[in-house]
Design a protein around this ligand. Structure first.
Ligand code: NAD
Length: 244
């Protein structure tokens, strides 16, 4: 059966426990490229060359350069109306937990609070020795050269604070519990290809939540949602939120 296309305004979130999961699509209208373009590349790189622990071990200079470019880009982009709409949603429900697969900081700058960055964050770097993260966005931190930590007696090289393919996403037990407990689960701008995030809709469904998708196109798991809104998040989400 095709997913139900609903009209604006037929879901009331007031008084509900809500979990929102966002993906790269919510930042697309801010000028941040999504993950896979039609050619299967991310910013002209194969995922295996820049987003795995193996690629870091094999060619740290390439991986570092790739993420330093993404980190510097944060200074040039701004949150768009979809980020603002998610922040606005907080005041409309009983509770809202925002889980993002995004590594940018546009939800923070769009006004959301208590964001779970399940795939890490571009703003911070992680000591390879202790595993401690530090926010490092100074001019020197964004230059081409590697950055050393402040936590070790003998300063250690830091890695991007990103969860790469083959690594375990952050705060999974908290995320699973929140999704199990929520009454409404909303996914915005995600292709449904990257697990375990893509499977959370099934967890929400099996616990009786109402599931909603807002995406530019019907993704691979689009039929798992009770309600689907197709369009650019920055264009359709503000009105949806206004009516929810
Ligand atoms: P994805 O790139 O695999 O899929 C993005 C989805 O968003 C697609 O289905 C696309 O149709 C949709 N989309 C594109 N423009 C949209 C718009 N304006 N409004 C609504 N939907 C739109 O993204 P994913 O599922 O999040 O998986 C990507 C992985 O890559 C994540 O792990 C993430 O950490 C990482 N990533 C993050 C960023 C970021 O932080 N902004 C950017 C690229 C990749």
């Amino acid at each position: 059966m095709p997913p139900r296309q609903t009209s604006v305004g037929d879901t009331i979130l007031r008084g509900k426990k809500v979990v929102v999961l966002t993906g790269a699509g919510i930042s697309a209208e801010s000028g941040v490229r999504t993950f896979r373009d039609n050619d299967g590349l991310w910013e002209n790189h194969r995922i295996e060359d820049v987003a795995t622990p193996e690629s870091w071990a094999r060619n740290p200079s390439l991986v570092w350069k790739f993420y330093q470019t993404r980190r510097r880009q944060l200074l040039e982009v701004e949150p768009n109306p979809a980020h603002m709409a998610v922040a606005h949603l907080e005041g409309k429900c009983k509770s809202l937990v925002l889980v993002t697969q995004n590594v940018d900081d546009l939800h923070e700058r769009g006004g959301s609070s208590a964001i779970i960055h399940m795939h890490g964050s571009l703003r911070s770097l992680r000591c390879q020795n202790t595993g401690l993260s530090e926010v490092r966005m100074g001019e020197h931190d964004l230059a081409e050269g590697f950055v050393l930590c402040n936590c070790c007696t003998v300063a250690t090289m830091m890695r991007p604070d990103i969860v790469w393919f083959g690594e375990i996403p952050l705060e999974m037990s908290v995320i699973q519990k929140e999704v199990e407990d929520c009454e409404v689960f909303i996914v915005i701008g995600s292709s449904g290809h990257v697990y375990p995030a893509a499977g959370l809709v099934n967890l929400a469904n099996s616990n009786g939540a109402h599931t909603i998708l807002v995406n530019f196109e019907l993704p691979i798991n689009g039929r798992d949602f009770d309600e689907v809104h197709i369009g650019k998040a920055g264009e359709i989400l503000p009105e949806l939120v206004e009516n929810w």
